[in-house]
Design a protein around this ligand. Structure first.
Ligand code: ZN
Length: 296
């Protein structure tokens, strides 16, 4: 594969928020996208990430309302652009929801998004779909556009085919132990072109056994990009979920608190060498990542 020379351009997205009729916004989101990049990941906020691979576009956990005064919200200019389906958020194929917590999913926003973007499909755990039913999703949309994942930890993967996109889903417990034991946290592995796979872990546990139980799943494919909650980077016990079990080619930390200096105090130097998404609109060129890993 020839090395593509990347010319980065900075696009400033400055849009009045049109979401929910609110117009409280004067934020500017700096978006750096490599001109020649066919495949990239863009950070939206908290665990929200857009993956673009040529004409294929996915949104993970993009529409939520809460940040619990800790996490990064999607700036309303960016959210407004997604809602309106403005480039690069036009023609999104699939919206994937990890779990029905307020810092990952808002039933009202997802319903509104689906009405404004009538071709997008949704894959989400049943707990999130139940909330969509409560806020009034139509029977037709439910039947034709929504896949509800209903599975237990340690169940085999459920596969969902949407056009040319193959999605596998497993359930890994939510972090926090008993407190969130009832929350179904869906982990997705999405197959993109040229056997490139992206995994999003949602709010996966720091414990090792649930990851070990799914070793067959992790080993079935090359796991090219892992989007992981930052807390798995904290120490070697947690990092084993990544390094021993999933073994991705590349990891990017998400769900990062906005108070980075406080986080640094708690984590010492554990985050110094890792890649974190912290600024909405920032991107990672996945073509470059792939050629970099091939040269190792
Ligand atoms: Zn959660």
């Amino acid at each position: 594969m020839s090395i593509i020379r990347i010319i980065a351009v900075t696009i400033t997205v400055l849009l009045a928020s049109s979401c929910n009729g609110q117009s409280t916004d004067s934020e500017t989101v700096e978006t750096t996208i490599s001109q020649n990049s066919e495949r990239y990941a863009q950070y939206l906020g908290n665990a929200g990430v857009m993956i673009r691979d040529g004409e294929t576009k996915l949104l993970f956990d993009p529409l939520f309302e809460q940040n619990f005064h800790i996490y990064q919200k999607v700036p309303s200019s960016l959210q407004g652009a997604m809602m309106a389906g403005l480039p690069p958020y036009d023609d999104v194929d699939v919206l994937l929801v990890s779990h029905a917590h307020g810092d990952h999913f808002s039933a009202d926003l997802v319903l509104s998004y689906m009405r404004k973007n009538p071709t997008v499909k949704l894959v989400a755990p049943k707990q999130a779909v139940d909330k969509l039913i409560r806020v009034g999703i139509s029977e037709t949309d439910l039947a034709t556009r929504v896949t509800a994942i209903d599975q237990q930890t340690a169940d085999k993967a459920i596969t969902v085919q949407i056009g040319s996109i193959l999605i596998e889903a497993i359930t890994i417990p939510h972090s926090g132990g008993q407190r969130f034991a009832d929350v179904r946290n869906t982990v997705y592995r999405v197959h993109l072109q040229n056997s490139y796979q992206v995994i999003h872990l949602g709010d996966a546990t720091t414990q090792n056994p649930p990851f070990a139980e799914q070793q067959t799943f992790w080993d079935q494919q090359s796991n090219d990009l892992l989007l992981t909650p930052y807390w798995l980077f904290k120490n070697s016990q947690r990092q084993a979920n990544i390094d021993t079990h999933i073994r991705p080619h590349r990891s990017i930390g998400i769900h990062v608190p906005t108070a980075l200096s406080d986080l640094k105090k708690r984590y010492g130097n554990a985050l110094d060498e890792v890649d974190l998404f912290t600024k909405p609109g920032e991107t990672r060129d996945l073509d470059v990542l792939e050629s970099t890993t091939q040269e190792k």
